[in-house]
Design a protein around this ligand. Sequence first.
Ligand SMILES: Nc1ncnc2c1ncn2[C@@H]1O[C@H](COP(=O)(O)OP(=O)(O)O)[C@@H](O)[C@H]1O
Ligand SMILES: O=COP(=O)(O)O
Length: 544
Amino acid sequence: MTDIQIAQAAKKENIVEIAKKLGLTEDDIEQYGKYKAKVNLDVLQKSKRPNGKLILVTAITPTPAGEGKSTVTIGLTQALNKLGKLSAAAIREPSLGPVFGMKGGAAGGGYAQVVPMEDINLHFTGDMHAIGIAHNLISACIDNHINSGNALGIDITKITWKRVVDMNDRALRNVVIGLGGKANGYPRQDSFQITVGSEIMAILCLSNSITELKEKIKNIVIGTSVEGKLIKVEDLHIEGAVAALLKDAIKPNLVQTLENTPVFIHGGPFANIAHGCNSILATKMALKLTDYVVTEAGFAADLGAEKFIDIKCRLGGLKPDCAVIVATVRALEHHGKGDLKAGLENLDKHIDNIKNKYKLPLVVAINKFITDTDEQIAMIEKFCNERGAEVSLCEVWAKGGEGGKDLAEKVLRAIDGNKTEFDYFYDINLTIKEKIEKICKEIYGADGVVFAPATKKVFDTIAAEGLEKLPVCMSKTQKSISDNPALLGKPTGFKVTINDLRLAVGAGFVIAMAGDIIDMPGLPKKPSAEVIDIDENGVISGLF
Ligand SMILES: Nc1ncnc2c1ncn2[C@@H]1O[C@H](COP(=O)(O)OP(=O)(O)O)[C@@H](O)[C@H]1O
Ligand SMILES: O=COP(=O)(O)O
């Protein structure tokens, strides 16, 4: 059976029953049909439970299909519940870009899925659309302000705020707007990014309250004036309207796994162009209501995990208790150019980073595919044992929670035996340049960093505006630990090139654009859109 067939055959429980497992009543949730709900933020104050433990699921450097972080995250929370532990997953909402592109959905796979998967992978509860409209309201107000006399003196060649759409559409990377004469405004170059790369998405994911959400929106920098002054959303007096559009989106969503265990889904930033983690609010809510929260951060440990620690945990006051690194035979063979043993060096680097840089106890989860042989699995297990890394053969895709019990037991032991004192990877008092250099040298293994001439002006602004103490959001390819997609395995002898810096003052970080990373993906030659369909009864097919 395909993922969607398994999901559609699932025996779902009414979302009120799932909420009850968390000690929530119908007054604590706002139902979106029988199987979806939003959870009211006051639950965070009402729950008197001590915080649960936080487990981060990350991965080795993935193939384009992904190596199973969402699948293992969902399977692990299913397994913990099977062991009698009250556990919830906290994951990101899928973007329509990959759903209609190549990668497919992000609701797990096999017998480790969140349901209703077609809702979750399509419009869900509308958060992605709300985030997009909130973002584009700012864009419309910028052009309207300029068209109405430009009292702020916005330099139309230095507007850094783009427009968004939640779709992979390369044709929108560089556009000209305002054509057709005076009645239509004024012509200027503009650009679209995919909604999940929007600073509004980051703000929604990194806010601890609606008050903080509004404050962050006020601080969004949209560009500079002709005198070089930073122009912020508050200068346009629209932060209230932008926040109002997010009145429902700010509330975390509650759904369930195939085994009727609770899952929070909230926010969906990619981890190559953005910080790659689900929201602080959903994670805090899950921690308040359960004993073990399993969350995931996008792509590999050099991207999502680093930003989970240095951005999400730092801004949310969160402390992870254990990390799971998902490894697969196919990805390791990919890194070894067909030679699994050679590809193990990629796993080696990620184990080193998590153990010695992020200082977290870890378990390697071998996400078993039906094509894997016993010899291949044994080779990975032997490598981990020699490395002193705990390892578990994870079969949650094929067996659901039952296939994740060994992993769950090893994670519980790793948490109980954890003696390390968690700390962020870098000192926030370093300069932005020092933070970038520390990440590139120690996490990526670079010999050094080259800053393109275009970054100098931004560094000057960072210094002049007192922004040095912000965290850094590294934006780079997910295909390599370096900034060069062609460098597989554990690259050495390379430098990282920072081509651009962007001020995400609202979200609270500086984005460092490394290599040729772009924030509007394109569709593949054969997009998944060609196989997705709906029948007369409204049954969707082709989603995966
Ligand atoms: N063990 C497995 N066997 C077969 N397919 C799998 C397995 N694990 C994951 N997949 C599939 O691989 C794709 C990526 O899995 P996903 O969990 O979304 O990865 P990630 O979250 O790391 O991107 C999905 O289509 C999923 O169904
Ligand atoms: O941002 C990317 O996330 P995945 O690794 O789940 O595709």
